[in-house]
Design a protein around this ligand. Structure first.
Ligand SMILES: [Fe+2]
Length: 125
Protein backbone atom coordinates (compact mmCIF):
# COMPACT_ATOMS: atom_id res chain seq x y z
CA UNK A 1 0.00 0.00 0.00
CA UNK A 2 1.28 3.44 -0.89
CA UNK A 3 0.60 6.99 0.30
CA UNK A 4 0.41 10.14 -1.78
CA UNK A 5 3.83 11.81 -2.34
CA UNK A 6 5.83 8.83 -1.09
CA UNK A 7 8.99 8.28 -3.13
CA UNK A 8 10.22 4.85 -4.26
CA UNK A 9 13.49 3.84 -5.95
CA UNK A 10 14.49 0.82 -8.00
CA UNK A 11 17.81 -0.46 -6.68
CA UNK A 12 18.57 -2.11 -10.04
CA UNK A 13 18.01 0.60 -12.67
CA UNK A 14 17.75 3.72 -10.48
CA UNK A 15 14.20 4.72 -11.48
CA UNK A 16 12.64 7.01 -8.88
CA UNK A 17 8.86 7.52 -8.71
CA UNK A 18 6.54 9.67 -6.62
CA UNK A 19 3.03 8.50 -5.76
CA UNK A 20 0.27 10.81 -7.03
CA UNK A 21 -2.63 8.57 -6.05
CA UNK A 22 -2.33 6.01 -3.27
CA UNK A 23 -3.20 2.39 -4.00
CA UNK A 24 -3.30 -1.01 -2.34
CA UNK A 25 -0.59 -2.53 -4.55
CA UNK A 26 3.19 -2.44 -4.42
CA UNK A 27 5.35 -0.48 -6.87
CA UNK A 28 7.51 -2.72 -9.10
CA UNK A 29 10.42 -2.10 -11.42
CA UNK A 30 12.95 -4.50 -13.01
CA UNK A 31 10.84 -7.46 -11.77
CA UNK A 32 11.11 -6.58 -8.07
CA UNK A 33 9.49 -4.30 -5.50
CA UNK A 34 10.77 -0.74 -5.37
CA UNK A 35 12.26 0.53 -2.10
CA UNK A 36 10.42 3.23 -0.15
CA UNK A 37 12.73 6.17 0.57
CA UNK A 38 12.24 7.73 3.99
CA UNK A 39 13.67 11.26 3.93
CA UNK A 40 16.54 12.05 6.29
CA UNK A 41 15.88 15.04 8.54
CA UNK A 42 19.05 15.25 10.64
CA UNK A 43 22.43 16.27 9.24
CA UNK A 44 25.21 13.69 9.14
CA UNK A 45 28.54 13.74 7.35
CA UNK A 46 30.47 16.76 6.13
CA UNK A 47 28.11 17.91 3.34
CA UNK A 48 24.91 19.62 4.49
CA UNK A 49 21.63 18.43 2.92
CA UNK A 50 18.69 19.54 5.04
CA UNK A 51 16.81 22.28 3.10
CA UNK A 52 16.89 25.77 4.62
CA UNK A 53 13.93 28.10 3.88
CA UNK A 54 14.21 31.89 3.64
CA UNK A 55 11.24 34.19 3.02
CA UNK A 56 11.55 36.56 0.02
CA UNK A 57 9.36 39.40 -1.34
CA UNK A 58 7.68 37.00 -3.80
CA UNK A 59 7.65 33.77 -1.79
CA UNK A 60 10.51 31.64 -0.53
CA UNK A 61 14.08 30.67 -1.34
CA UNK A 62 15.21 27.13 -0.47
CA UNK A 63 18.94 26.59 0.03
CA UNK A 64 20.67 23.19 0.26
CA UNK A 65 21.88 23.25 2.93
CA UNK A 66 23.14 25.42 5.80
CA UNK A 67 26.54 25.27 4.00
CA UNK A 68 26.12 25.14 0.18
CA UNK A 69 26.07 21.54 -1.07
CA UNK A 70 28.55 20.60 -3.87
CA UNK A 71 27.15 20.90 -7.42
CA UNK A 72 29.68 18.79 -9.32
CA UNK A 73 28.97 16.45 -12.26
CA UNK A 74 29.41 13.43 -9.98
CA UNK A 75 27.67 14.80 -6.87
CA UNK A 76 24.84 17.34 -6.97
CA UNK A 77 21.30 18.19 -5.91
CA UNK A 78 18.92 16.85 -8.58
CA UNK A 79 15.77 18.67 -7.42
CA UNK A 80 14.11 20.68 -4.68
CA UNK A 81 10.38 20.37 -3.90
CA UNK A 82 8.06 22.26 -1.61
CA UNK A 83 4.82 20.71 -0.41
CA UNK A 84 2.09 23.14 0.59
CA UNK A 85 -1.46 22.65 1.73
CA UNK A 86 -2.49 23.05 -1.97
CA UNK A 87 0.03 20.81 -3.75
CA UNK A 88 3.68 20.45 -4.61
CA UNK A 89 6.17 22.63 -6.53
CA UNK A 90 9.46 21.17 -7.81
CA UNK A 91 12.46 22.59 -9.62
CA UNK A 92 15.24 20.49 -11.13
CA UNK A 93 18.88 21.56 -10.87
CA UNK A 94 21.99 20.80 -12.93
CA UNK A 95 25.64 20.47 -11.92
CA UNK A 96 27.43 23.85 -11.63
CA UNK A 97 24.18 25.68 -10.71
CA UNK A 98 23.72 27.12 -7.21
CA UNK A 99 22.13 24.63 -4.77
CA UNK A 100 19.15 26.92 -4.22
CA UNK A 101 15.79 27.67 -5.86
CA UNK A 102 13.05 30.26 -5.49
CA UNK A 103 9.32 29.56 -5.47
CA UNK A 104 6.62 32.20 -5.82
CA UNK A 105 4.25 30.63 -3.34
CA UNK A 106 2.26 32.04 -0.48
CA UNK A 107 0.53 28.88 0.73
CA UNK A 108 1.34 27.22 4.04
CA UNK A 109 4.48 25.07 3.68
CA UNK A 110 4.12 21.55 5.03
CA UNK A 111 7.50 20.10 4.01
CA UNK A 112 10.52 20.88 1.84
CA UNK A 113 12.47 18.06 0.18
CA UNK A 114 15.60 17.74 -1.90
CA UNK A 115 17.31 14.81 -3.61
CA UNK A 116 21.10 14.40 -3.71
CA UNK A 117 22.27 11.95 -6.39
CA UNK A 118 24.70 10.38 -3.88
CA UNK A 119 23.13 10.84 -0.45
CA UNK A 120 19.44 10.50 -1.32
CA UNK A 121 16.31 12.20 0.00
CA UNK A 122 16.30 14.90 2.70
CA UNK A 123 13.47 16.93 4.20
CA UNK A 124 12.70 19.78 6.57
CA UNK A 125 9.38 20.95 7.96
FE1 LIG B 1 25.25 14.97 -1.11
Amino acid sequence: MTERLQIYKCEICGNIVEVLHAGQGETFCCDQGMGFIEPETKEQGKEKHVPVIEKTDKGIKVKVGSVPHPMEESHYIEWVAVQTDRGICRKFLNPKEKPEVEFQIREKILETREYCNIHGLWASK
